[in-house]
Design a protein around this ligand. Structure first.
Ligand code: C2E
Ligand code: CA
Ligand code: CA
Length: 575
């Protein structure tokens, strides 16, 4: 009985059949069933292979007994090429045993030529089943893809990277060639992500992935391990020189600004490189060593590449203990706040103090901030550390005032991460409103690079800080952008000339010129200037001669604890 259908379903039918009469019989039944058939008949294995290769099919109907072929052989050929293609045997002679064997080998059904009533329902059922199998397989492929790829960027993830790296290592061992593993971390990403929000952060990560994909070789692997950590695996590396050149290309590509909501963002990156075989011969070791080298690159001032070395191995071991020890230190109050006086030139009166944090490490003793501040910034510990500094400064300033020391100004260092964090603004506001630090006395110091991470947000937050009556100093001035045009945009009161220019000011004519220029710039913008790191009388005299009105440095006083400072004040006043 023909099926009643309202709409014609198209069917690409591959028929394996030697008898044209049977072909016509089957076709008629199918057409009656409402199919719009497009078909090809073959009766030899070569022809079968050819049509399978050249075209996609919806279903195969195959005779069983043919002069040059048989149904089971045809079945094997079809299933080898495409497991999902439905295969139905339509035969005049097939016995039970053969039918069972055919089903076992993957045939979907078998029918007798003299009773084709089941043909159309069988085709419909098989088409529906095939659709289902295809959907299932696609879902499985998607799952497999997701297991091996990073969802945000579509790049390989750690698992796929491990896979590729293991293959690459095998290949490199055989061919005796080298590999480079680059661990890349975006320099300003954490800050941007905190300040701009995760949507913008995600956008930036995708842009970085795209940009890097464009410049890499097809055989190299770019993977994202999470956060802003990317890894590049480069094959056929002949040595450090080649790897270094490749790393510089990557840095150059990331140096170009990223455009986000019509704004230009600068990211930059730090790259650590571990080479096979020199720096490891297995996945975990190479990744770990490349990562260590990356941290070293960050400490070297970011936006550069470094190769893994034994020195870095030692430094890394230290770094990890620093991180966990520092967590403990903030809790256990092993931190100390020291104060270094600032003084007028040439007459040497105290004009202010800079608070500098110290860490009394239970084993290593007094530890300088250059060792732990970078780790604190990297890990976010700087926020709780900064909170401790502010509270301690408030406590000490009350103590100093009670001891009769007149505090003119107290400067606190803020790292970039703190500047962009609302908690810091709240804490400053809180301190100012409680009056623990007299409002005219408080100052913050921030570096140029800190401001440039996100100039717009910096302007907003610095204005908010200024509105609280807090003064703003640019720390380490001269080492960064130092451009007049940006200085005008920020609410700044003081420039602190970086120690490096003062150190050689007597001998190095260039440094003298730089200091003169900074002084002229400051005068034009009506800013105060403090020279940092004044160690000798000659430096002191020259600075005074150049018209620098304030200084800070060992010549005058080293940073000291609050109690020592109180005695220092007393001696000063007596002198
Ligand atoms: P900085 O803000 O540039 O601080 C000045 C550094 O120069 C201090 O080092 C100080 O001890 C040192 N110094 C002062 N006079 C002289 C001198 O005449 N010669 C030489 N060679 N050095 C001198 P310190 O205390 O080791 O601090 C290093 C850096 O750590 C600071 O640089 C600052 O960036 C950071 N830091 C210190 N305390 C804090 C803090 O509480 N919060 C934050 N975020 N950063 C801090
Ligand atoms: Ca400072
Ligand atoms: Ca400084």
């Amino acid at each position: 009985m023909p099926e009643s259908t309202d709409k014609q379903v198209s069917l690409r039918l591959l028929m394996i059949e030697d008898n044209p009469d049977d072909e016509a019989l089957v076709l008629r039944a199918i057409r009656k069933g409402g199919f719009n058939v497009e078909h090809v008949r073959v009766e030899k294995s070569d022809d079968l292979l050819a049509v399978l290769r050249n075209k996609d099919w919806d279903i195969v109907l195959s005779d069983y007994q043919m002069p040059e072929f048989n149904g089971l052989a045809a079945l094997k050929i079809v299933k080898d090429r495409n497991k999902d293609l439905p295969f139905i045997i339509v035969s005049g002679t097939i016995g039970e045993e053969v039918a069972v064997e055919a089903m076992r080998s993957g045939a979907q059904d078998y029918l007798m030529k003299d009773n084709l009533t089941r043909l159309v329902p069988a085709i419909r059922r098989e088409l529906a089943d095939a659709d289902e199998r295809r959907a299932l397989r696609e879902a499985q492929q998607t799952l497999r893809h997701q297991a091996y790829h990073d969802i945000l960027t579509g790049l390989p993830n750690r698992w796929l990277l491990r896979d590729r790296m293991e293959q690459a290592l095998k290949y490199a061992r055989q061919k005796q060639t080298g590999l480079a593993v680059m661990f890349l971390d975006l320099d300003r990403f954490k800050n941007l992500n905190d300040t701009l929000g995760h949507m913008s952060g995600d956008y930036l990560l995708r842009s970085v992935a795209e940009r890097l994909s464009l410049i890499l070789n097809e055989r190299d692997t770019l993977a994202r391990l999470g956060g802003d950590d990317f890894v590049i695996l480069m094959l056929d590396i002949t040595g450090a020189e080649q790897a270094g050149a490749a790393a510089e290309l990557v840095l150059k590509a990331l140096h170009e600004p990223f455009v986000l909501d019509d704004r230009e963002m600068y990211l930059g990156a730090s790259i650590g490189i571990a080479l096979y075989p020199e720096s490891g011969d297995e996945f975990d070791v190479l990744i770990k060593n490349a990562e260590s080298a990356m941290y070293y690159a960050k400490d070297q001032g970011r936006n550069n590449h470094q190769f893994f070395s034994e020195d870095i191995r030692t430094a890394t071991a230290n770094r990890f203990t620093i991180e966990s020890d520092l967590r403990g230190a903030i809790r256990a109050s092993d931190l100390r706040l020291y104060y270094q006086p600032q003084f007028t030139l040439p007459d040497g009166r105290i004009t202010g103090l800079e608070a500098l944090v110290r860490w009394v490490h239970p084993e290593h003793g007094m530890t300088e901030p250059d060792i732990f501040i970078p780790v604190a910034e990297e890990t976010g510990l700087i926020l709780s550390l900064g909170e401790w500094v502010l509270r301690q400064a408030a406590e000490d300033s009350i103590k100093m005032r009670n001891a009769g020391c007149s505090l003119k100004r107290l400067a606190i260092n803020l790292s970039a991460r703190q500047l962009y964090h609302q908690d810091t603004l709240d804490m400053l506001q809180d301190l100012v409103s409680r009056g623990d630090l007299g409002t005219d006395a408080l100052e913050i110091e921030i570096t140029e690079s800190g401001i440039m991470q996100n100039p717009e947000q910096a302007v907003a937050n610095l204005n908010a800080i200024r509105d609280m009556g807090i003064g703003i100093a640019i720390d380490d001035f001269g080492t960064g952008y130092s451009s007049l045009s940006y200085l005008k945009r920020f609410p700044i009161d003081i420039l602190k000339i970086d120690r490096s220019f003062i150190r050689d000011i007597i001998l190095d004519q260039d440094d003298t010129t730089i200091v003169k220029t900074i002084l002229a710039m400051a005068q034009a913008l009506n800013l105060r200037v403090i020279a940092e790191g004044v160690e000798t009388k000659e430096q002191y005299d020259l600075l005074a001669e150049l018209g620098c009105a304030e200084g800070q440095g060992y010549l005058f006083a080293r940073p000291m604890p609050c109690d020592d400072l109180i005695s220092f004040f007393r001696n000063q006043e007596c002198a």
